[in-house]
Design a binder for this molecule. Structure first.
Ligand code: HEC
Length: 123
């Protein structure tokens, strides 16, 4: 877990640097979220991370993916070389495009809501 935090921190740092250096990358075509959803279900990501990326505890606790704060490169690094219990996916199984599409899909998910957004809890 410690190793993973280091990776995540490095990924965030790299994203900050890349973001500042290459604003042009923002113009790259966004991933195809509909295809990403299909791959997410087909490759069984959902068994651990939940159908809407809500996270789960099927085997060991798997983090929430909806609205991930990871940059695409960090997201991809975890899929290619997982830090801990997650199985690895080589590009024979998942292409870089598939990963970019999954990324677009999880970014499109609403993610957890705060209690104040749930009407019945505010009556
Ligand atoms: C067998 C359960 C399992 C499956 C299947 C699985 N994961 Fe994971 N995933 C995990 C666990 C557990 C972690 C926590 C880190 C670790 O153990 O490597 C994780 C971490 C992640 C992370 C890092 C998220 C963060 O914010 O910390 C990403 C991204 C991710 N998984 C994406 C995927 C994708 C995409 C798939 C399908 C291609 C997938 N995972 C399939 C269990 C799974």
């Amino acid at each position: 877990m410690f190793k993973f935090r280091v990776l995540a921190a490095a990924a965030f740092g790299a994203a900050a640097v890349l973001g500042a250096a290459s604003a042009g990358a923002q113009d790259a075509p966004a991933g195809d979220a509909a295809h990403g959803r299909m791959v997410f279900l087909k490759e069984a990501c959902f068994t651990c991370h939940g159908r809407v990326g809500e996270g789960g505890a099927y085997n060991t606790p798997a983090p929430v993916l909806a609205q991930t704060a990871l940059p695409l490169e960090g997201f991809k690094a975890q899929i290619r070389n997982p830090v801990n219990d997650m199985p690895a996916y080589s590009d024979a199984v998942l292409s870089d495009k598939d990963i970019a599409d999954i990324y677009a899909f999880v970014k499109s998910l609403p993610g957890p809501r705060s209690a104040k957004d749930i009407p019945i809890l505010n009556n």
